[in-house]
Design a protein around this ligand. Structure first.
Ligand code: 5GP
Length: 192
């Protein structure tokens, strides 16, 4: 998605450890117009699959998911990373290991909002090693729901997550796929 790539080139900052900082439009401050375009793009790429629900992870997955849900006309469920006072039982939960933080956390979502009748589209902001998406896939499996696919805003294509998910035969779309962050420079993969 050209608009997103230009935004990454203009505003993204490469941090040590191959981390891309995009706090100015996705991870802290949010650009609503760009999110709207992202929502339209995901909605187009996952059209006609009978999606009934979007599943994401708080907090940075919420903005692109809301815009996609608006366009597809379906609700958005965000998994929580921390236990909530009002979300105590009747939960699906999955462990997610974060390489960047070197810690395992438990994500959870209420059984009320994802059921075996749902066709779920998973959306997240970044894909690196794929642990966050694997946790969300695990929740979809626990629910006995069908999977429409996985939509990622920024895929770090030099890490393993994308390959592992595609190898499972899952329909995955990323809007900007990064080939490298070497020497502080963002290089994108060629579009296929
Ligand atoms: P994974 O579970 O695929 O290894 O990592 C995905 C999660 O880690 C994303 O939800 C995102 O929060 C975070 N993440 C991984 N790499 C980056 C990065 O380069 N920049 C930012 N901003 N977040 C990242």
């Amino acid at each position: 998605m050209e608009l997103l790539k230009q935004k990454i080139l203009r505003e993204g900052k490469v941090l040590p450890g191959n981390v891309l900082k995009v706090d100015s439009f996705l991870n802290h401050q949010i650009d609503p117009e760009l999110m709207q375009c992202i929502g339209e793009e995901f909605a187009g790429r996952f059209a006609d699959l009978g999606v009934t629900k979007i599943l994401t992870l708080e907090s940075s997955g919420i903005a692109p998911s809301i815009m996609t849900g608006l366009k597809l006309g379906v609700p958005v469920v965000f998994s929580r990373k921390r236990k909530s006072l009002t979300l105590i039982d009747h939960l699906y939960s999955a462990k997610v290991y974060s390489y960047t933080k070197n810690e395992t956390s438990e994500i959870s979502a209420s059984k009320d909002y994802i059921t075996r009748d749902d066709v779920v589209l998973i959306i997240d902001d970044f894909l690196a090693n794929g642990q966050a998406v694997q946790g969300l896939l695990n929740i979809v499996e626990q629910a006995g729901a069908s999977l429409a696919g996985v939509g990622i805003v920024i895929e770090k294509g030099f890490q393993d997550g994308g390959r592992l998910i595609r190898e499972r035969g899952i329909h995955m779309e990323s809007l900007a796929a990064i080939a490298s962050l070497t020497d502080g420079k963002v290089t994108f993969k060629e579009e296929q």
